[in-house]
Design a protein around this ligand. Structure first.
Ligand code: ATP
Ligand code: MG
Length: 335
């Protein structure tokens, strides 16, 4: 039965291609959205620098990593060098500043895993989260953006996977499913593994970019304009890749022994990472190594019940990609 499930791709797969490309295009944000985001960032810089002239603001997450679909929130990191700072106090202070400038729904969430202030700008309609000194997120945002410039199929695949994950409600870390960041890493790893490869492994090439953040050395080859033709020997279309992505996570991935690793471009063993048993809340039921913070398994939020949900969703998606007459609709039917 398993062999049958791992069968060859349907013969009419390329008939689906235009449908998936249309979905990709419909999810792509219009240029004016970038303009509105920049406008809000300029306003924030003015407010923040009045109080903390040394502080800098950086965009991170989907508004800056090129995997943002229409109407995404924006994620901002406030970088401030002050050994004395108490993050909670700073967030509360920042919240007061935002409120006095008439920004709406301002909420400091000081007890969250990553403490933030949330708010909405009534002028641009953009919602925003601000965190403090989460510089590693700014760096991994750059890594994702650099990968996206190498081959357009990464962006196409990641948009479709994120749209599927949101529609099927498996993009909710507080419920034990995976973050958007984890899904994008799954897509990058998958494209590194195609033969011929569609993406290189940037951290395995002689670095042209290097910074040390929180004691972690982040180094990789970032002259991606030199890699424009990298994937051109591989002619797979987006429909074939969506099929193969779900087929991989439904039937081929070895959940018991393997860790996916964008850093090395390979699969690693759980044994080698010592991710074989539960420690505290980390269960390692699906293992996705963070490319810089290599002790961090992005799958650690997944528990015994959510792994079941996830794997059933991968199998559903794989079956739809194999048999359904209109997978570009069925795949995204709301859960
Ligand atoms: P969405 O479009 O769903 O908002 P997003 O790209 O903004 O997607 P999030 O999962 O909201 O993705 O994460 C925002 C950013 O925060 C990521 O790009 C990444 O830089 C960082 N990040 C998120 N989760 C983690 C994590 N578990 N470990 C390290 N960094 C993370
Ligand atoms: Mg986000």
């Amino acid at each position: 039965r398993n062999l049958r499930k791992m069968m060859e791709c349907r013969s009419d797969i390329n008939r689906l291609n235009n449908h998936f490309l249309l979905i990709y295009e419909s999810l792509t944000p219009p240029g004016e959205e970038k303009t509105r985001q920049k406008q809000l960032l300029t306003l924030l810089e003015r407010l923040v620098n009045k109080e903390w002239p040394e502080a800098r603001l950086y965009l991170y997450g989907s508004c800056a990593n090129s995997f943002g679909v229409c109407k995404s929130d924006i994620d901002v990191c406030l970088a401030i060098q002050d050994a004395e700072i108490d993050k909670s106090k700073l967030l509360v202070k920042l919240a007061d500043i935002l409120k006095s400038d008439n920004l709406q729904n301002v909420q400091p969430l000081v007890h969250a895993r990553v403490p933030i202030v949330k708010f909405m700008d009534p002028v641009t309609g953009v919602s925003c989260d601000i965190c403090i000194n989460n510089v590693l997120a700014v760096i991994n945002t750059k890594l994702l953006r650099d990968y996206a410039q190498i081959d357009v199929r990464l962006r196409q695949l990641a948009y479709i996977v994120k749209h599927w994950a949101k529609s099927r409600r498996v993009n909710e870390t507080y419920q034990g499913t995976l973050s958007s960041y984890a899904y994008v890493l799954m897509c990058i790893h998958f494209l590194q593994q195609r033969r011929p490869a569609i993406l290189p492994c940037l951290q395995e090439i002689e670095p042209t970019y290097s910074v040390t953040v929180d004691g972690i050395e982040c180094a990789y080859f970032d002259q991606v304009e030199k890699l424009q033709d990298y994937g051109s020997r591989n002619k797979e279309t987006i429909a074939q890749l969506v099929w193969a992505f779900f087929n991989y996570w439904a039937y081929r991935h070895d959940y018991t022994n393997s860790v996916i690793s964008v850093r090395t471009g390979c699969l690693l063993s759980k044994q080698a990472k010592d991710w074989t048993r539960r420690i505290g809340n980390d269960r390692h039921l699906i293992c996705i190594e963070d490319p810089f913070d290599t002790k961090h398994d992005l799958g650690r939020v997944v528990d015994k019940s959510s792994i079941k949900v996830l794997r059933e969703e991968f199998e559903r998606a794989a079956a739809i990609m194999q048999h359904d007459p209109s997978p570009w609709i069925t795949l995204f039917e709301p859960y």
